[in-house]
Design a protein. Structure first.
Lengths: 353, 346
């Protein structure tokens, strides 16, 4: 159980440091046929928060998982961290299924770290910066002789320099950007291989946001760190991600290299999301009516069909796929590889524009 | 006073008291200052802000946390706490808000000008049906007879894209977007001439944000309502508003037609803020997030000279001693508060 599996191959050396290493071979972290259901309370139905997802994160890669609230992106991220148990499918780390024993999970979280949104909420207001950063180290390794050196190293990596100046500060004495850097330093101190960051800059001012995003890119370049970044912000995916996966109602509906997916989206949902971005320059923004539907009542057929502008306009009918849209599930997309889309209409080689 | 070309902030200046010809603009703010009294002394939140808003037009005020933009929204309707000291003047349809008696002020709130606050989940009363909350300002102001309120609430809810039966719902039964629609219905209830929207779409998903922005746009278009929209999101303001004012540390540092300010800002802060909102598809921002080093200054300890100097990439020696006013910076009433802009104009 405790055997440290020293794998040769892609894990050796600081590969990916160039920043544009093409992900090949075995992924570092993947979801395979993953589903997570929550049983409803008080007679409410079961919510299929994640409803069949394949997704791969390769070493040295930044992957953006985008979607609206309630699409299941945060649940998927939490499941990848072992914080939720899948109801079906598996999480694989370096090709091996995640073990859910307490010790195995602890070891796993040493290597894959969570960076939470809202640094104000995730830092204990009564802990100094030093203690906040050292906490993870103490939990995982107990008292270590080189604790201060490692805390100082993590703080400077996170851009808080000179680190000694921050040791005794409390969260309320820091700006929002500095607090987020403390949270990141707390993740870095364990020298993880991957970060899972949930809306890492959503609570920050725009001018500060860019600096934190640049830090994530620097960490990838310097340490070969992989990152799964969960966000509602397509602009951020464009800013820092190699690949993007767009989620809708528990499924990845379109995924692939950022340049392809965001420059030429093929799924009508992705197209609609892109068209309503301010300054998108879209002549006719496709504002979808209504709220994202309810994960306790996922429609049959394509889960997007009830809101799909291509179906509503009759375009899908003319292309002869309308029946399929209403009755056939387009299926689960593979976890990596070239751009792909879960849409009957797009599968014909057509797009909504 | 002589070196400027009429674009200087009339900070405390009463010079153009005789704003002669034409009707008064819907909203005219002159040299607005707000100080908060704190344990550590007086802290300036707004330091001399002036702008006008004509009926039927849309002005966006952009800025980051602590720049004073929300304080302005509150100051316009005298909603600030007692610890705030307000200077300068706010004229609503030519009438000085600071001189209004209490009864007049109450009449003006909601009926003359209303505010859509950020965070609709907290601005609504959790234990009252939303229909009753929408009806309340109308009943208070007597704009509808008590028996007619229900019908009018139904109309208003339909105007903002909600079914009539939603009047019987409680806030927790609504999504964030629906609650924000209720807030907008409330703001419209007494048919005000000015709507102040403070971060109306913050915390909403992009698709819901697009719905709300389109709704605001439709309601304002052709109605003659003036819109003052306050947001941290420059890209949203650029899409919605005709004109933009960018604030930094309690001052407007740039003002002009929205598209021009975003595309070619003259003030280094406005330029940096604009660059911080990447356009998807723009090769320049691909893998190149842009921000500003450092943080906005503490209002209680503003730097000498230009308050943006410590974060400015093009600051010079003289910036530490000169705190520039808004100077004319081009056609269309463009103004910017940077020594370099003044230089080019001369």
């Amino acid at each position: 159980m405790t055997a440290e599996l020293q794998k040769s191959g892609p894990q050796d050396g600081p590969q990916g440091a160039s920043g544009d290493a093409r992900p090949e071979g075995e992924p570092l972290l993947s979801a395979s046929g993953l589903s997570v259901e929550f049983t409803g309370r008080g007679g409410r139905g079961t919510a299929r928060a994640v409803d069949g997802v394949d997704l791969d994160l390769h070493a040295g890669e930044v992957l953006a998982l985008v979607g609206e609230s309630g699409c299941g992106k945060t649940t998927l991220a939490r499941t990848l961290l072992g914080l939720e148990r899948p109801t079906a499918g598996r999480v694989l780390f370096e090709g091996r299924p995640l073990a859910y024993g307490a010790r195995a999970l602890k070891r796993y979280r040493h290597r894959v770290q969570l960076v939470q949104q809202d640094p104000a909420g995730s830092l204990n207001p009564r802990h100094t910066v030093y203690d906040a950063v050292a906490e993870g180290l103490r939990i995982h390794e107990g008292a270590t002789a080189d604790e201060e050196r490692r805390v100082a190293g993590a703080l400077s990596r996170a851009g808080l320099r000179p680190p000694e100046r921050f040791y005794l500060r409390y969260p309320h004495e820091l700006s929002g950007g500095q607090r987020q850097r403390v949270v990141i330093a707390g993740a870095l101190v364990l020298e993880p291989e991957a970060l899972v960051a949930d809306e890492p800059v959503a609570s920050l001012d725009a001018s500060v946001r860019g600096e934190i995003l640049r830090l994530l890119l620097d960490l990838r370049a310097d340490l070969g760190l992989s990152a799964l970044v969960v966000t509602h912000d397509l602009g951020m995916a464009w800013n820092i991600a190699d690949r993007v996966a767009v989620m809708y109602l528990g499924r990845v509906v379109e995924a692939g290299p950022v340049e392809e997916v965001l420059a030429a989206p093929r799924h009508p949902y992705t197209q609609a999301l892109m068209s309503v971005l301010p300054e998108s320059g879209a002549e006719e923004p496709q504002v979808l009516a209504g709220e994202p539907p309810d994960p306790t009542r996922i429609p049959g057929g394509c889960r997007f069909h009830a809101r799909c502008p291509v179906l509503a306009s009759g375009e899908a009918e003319r292309a002869g796929v309308a029946d399929a849209c209403r009755t056939q599930d387009p299926g689960v997309l593979s976890g990596s590889g070239p751009a792909r889309v879960a849409c009957h209409y797009a599968a014909l080689g057509r797009t909504g524009d | 006073m002589s070196k400027d070309d009429g674009a200087r902030t009339p900070d405390g200046a009463q010079a153009d008291e005789g704003r002669a010809v034409g009707p008064a603009p819907l909203l005219r703010v002159d040299g607005l200052r707000v100080d908060y009294r704190t344990a550590g002394g007086r802290v300036p939140a707004v330091r001399g802000v002036s702008f006008t808003l004509e009926a039927g037009s849309k002005l966006g005020v952009a800025g980051e946390s602590g720049c004073g933009k929300s304080t302005i929204a509150l100051a316009l309707l005298r909603l600030l706490p007692k610890s705030a000291r307000v200077g300068g003047s706010v004229l609503l349809d030519g009438e000085d808000v600071s001189a209004m008696r209490w009864g007049r002020l109450r009449a003006v709130r909601w009926a003359g000008a209303s505010i859509v606050f950020q965070g609709a989940m907290h601005a609504l009363n959790a234990v009252r049906r939303v229909g009753d909350q929408v009806a309340e300002p109308m009943l208070l102001h007597g704009t509808v007879p008590p028996g007619g309120a229900q019908a009018r609430v139904g109309e208003l809810l339909e105007d903002v894209g909600l079914p009539r039966w939603r009047a019987r719902s409680y806030p927790h039964e609504l999504s964030g977007g629906q609650r924000q629609r209720v807030m907008i219905a409330m703001a419209l209830a007494c048919e005000p001439r000015l709507i102040i929207a403070d971060e109306p779409t913050t915390a909403l998903d992009v698709m819901v944000q697009a719905q709300i922005l389109r709704l605001i746009d439709d309601l304002v278009a052709g109605s003659g309502i003036g819109l003052l929209m306050i947001s941290h999101d420059l890209s949203v303001l650029a899409d919605t508003c005709d004109r933009l004012a960018v604030m930094y540390a309690g001052r407007v540092v740039e003002e002009g037609p929205a598209a021009e300010v975003v595309a070619a800002a003259r003030h280094p802060y406005a330029a940096a803020l604009s660059a911080a909102f990447p356009r998807v598809g723009d090769p320049e921002s691909r893998m190149a997030p842009r921000g500003l080093p450092g943080d906005p200054p503490d209002p209680a300890a503003l730097p000498e000279g230009c308050s943006f100097r410590p974060r400015c990439a093009v600051a010079e020696e003289r910036c530490s001693s000169t705190d520039p006013d808004l100077w004319s910076a081009g056609d269309g009433g463009r103004r910017a508060a940077c020594v370099k802009v003044l230089e080019e104009a001369v």
